[in-house]
Design a protein around this ligand. Structure first.
Ligand code: NDP
Ligand code: GDR
Length: 359
């Protein structure tokens, strides 16, 4: 155990927060984190580490300044990772004000508590490739690409990005934006497209589901593995000076390609001619189709192409993705074929994977 540093994490119950907490505990950190009160348990992704002697959890919320202020005052962390967010792009069109409240104002609440307390933790902001995408001909997108968000989520994260830069410049905080492109895992929330596809592919292969309804099959995303990406977050806070970094795989693929590979990994060869999708992307139910297009999943505005250039992270952080697109699809499908009964949330009951690592 080489370090006794203290980290404070928001969003620990999410996909990234759970992997990051594992990483920091492995590195010897004391990990402090807020959990939102809920009428049901939301800690499934961290249940396997919840009793760790160096993990401390508190009730908290990015909507509550006084709570953040008093926790930071008590904990005096060396590093803060602000991962908490209403993170679903489509949902942000339905709850735009709440999304801004948490994703934009939550960030200033945290940064301002740091400033007011006069503490000097290193600060990581979970920025996103959704800041890009509205301008044509900009791919592959890098730290120099102009922003043009296309959703209330993207717009809220734009504020969070700039206020992080501003507090770095105005008050000398060591604050970094990680501009992360899409990253996935068996722990991915089930309403994001990759997990929705891998879970359905597994269930259809097992005869437990008839078909899968999707939205825009032609959207292109730069997908990586979340476990690789949380390492980049940590690396950003270990440098001599704070900077912003794009973290991406450097490849882009369509939703259709992801689905083709996922179904293939589950033993099903999709025939797109008969999959209930015609040229105009409208569902024509054939009764045979395993993939249908349902316009209810189209967004009021769409980011059609995300394709990141991680050259700066490779050169300055020594970071590069270790998991290929094919490997990512395979590991997600393998998990869903094996563990669907456990709720598909990435949670494996203790003992179920005794011989292997957590997903
Ligand atoms: P998840 O949706 O899996 O997790 C979001 C986390 O934020 C959960 O722990 C959730 O808690 C918490 N949260 C939500 N609202 C609040 C609130 N009001 N106060 C405190 N915490 C809250 O997201 P990911 O793990 O995928 O993403 C982590 C961060 O990275 C997010 O900020 C996301 O926007 C950003 N990001 C994600 C990318 C990706 O591809 N995954 C790419 C780029 C950026 P609860 O469990 O209670 O809901
Ligand atoms: P995204 O991820 O919006 O990129 O945001 P999501 O998986 O939701 O969508 C990716 C693309 O797939 C298309 N799509 C569908 N999406 C969903 N969710 N459900 C469907 O049925 C479906 N069919 C097609 C979408 O239109 C889109 O083009 C994620 C989140 O993690 C953000 O928090 C993060 O900031 C960005 O990635 C980078």
């Amino acid at each position: 155990m080489s370090s006794k540093k203290k980290a404070f994490i928001t969003g620990i119950t999410g996909q990234d927060g759970s992997y990051l907490a594992e990483l920091l505990l492995d590195k010897g950190y004391e990990v402090h984190a807020i959990l939102r009160r809920s009428s049901v348990f939301t800690s499934t992704r961290i249940d396997h580490i919840i009793h760790h002697e160096r993990l401390f959890t508190y009730h908290g919320d990015l909507a509550d300044s006084s709570n953040l202020h008093s926790l930071l005052s008590r904990i005096q962390p060396d590093e803060i990772y602000n991962l908490g967010a209403q993170s679903h792009v489509a949902v942000s069109f339905e709850v735009p004000e709440y999304t801004a409240e948490v994703d934009a104002l939550g960030t200033i609440r945290l940064l301002n508590a740091v400033k007011d307390l006069g503490i000097q933790p290193r600060y990581y902001q979970a920025s996103t490739s959704e800041l890009f995408g509205g301008l044509p001909d900009t791919a592959p997108q890098s730290e120099a690409t102009p922003f043009y968000p296309k959703s209330p989520y993207g717009a809220a994260k734009l504020y969070a990005y700039w206020i992080t830069v501003n507090y770095r410049e105005a008050y000398g905080l060591y604050a970094c934006n990680g501009i992360l492109f899409n990253h996935e895992s068996p722990r991915r929330g089930e309403t994001f497209v990759t997990k929705k596809i891998t879970k359905a592919a597994a269930r259809i292969a097992q005869g437990r589901q008839q078909a899968l309804a999707l939205g825009n099959l032609d959207a292109k995303r730069d997908w990586g593995y979340a476990k690789d990406y949380v390492e980049a977050m940590w690396l950003m806070l270990q440098q001599e000076r704070p900077q912003d970094f794009v973290i991406a795989s450097g490849e882009t693929h369509t939703v259709r390609e992801f689905a083709t590979l996922a179904f293939r990994a589950a033993g099903i060869e999709l025939d797109w001619q008969g999959e209930g999708v015609n040229e105009r992307g409208i569902c024509r139910k054939t009764g045979q189709a395993r993939v249908l297009v349902d316009p209810k999943y189209f967004r009021p505005a769409e980011v059609e192409l995300l394709w990141g250039n991680p050259a700066k992270a490779r050169a300055e952080l020594g970071w590069q993705p270790r998991t290929s697109f094919q490997e990512l699809v395979d590991l997600m499908v393998r998990y869903d074929l094996a563990f669907d009964d456990y709720g598909g949330d990435g949670y494996v009951p203790p003992g179920a994977m005794r011989s292997g690592p957590q997903p």
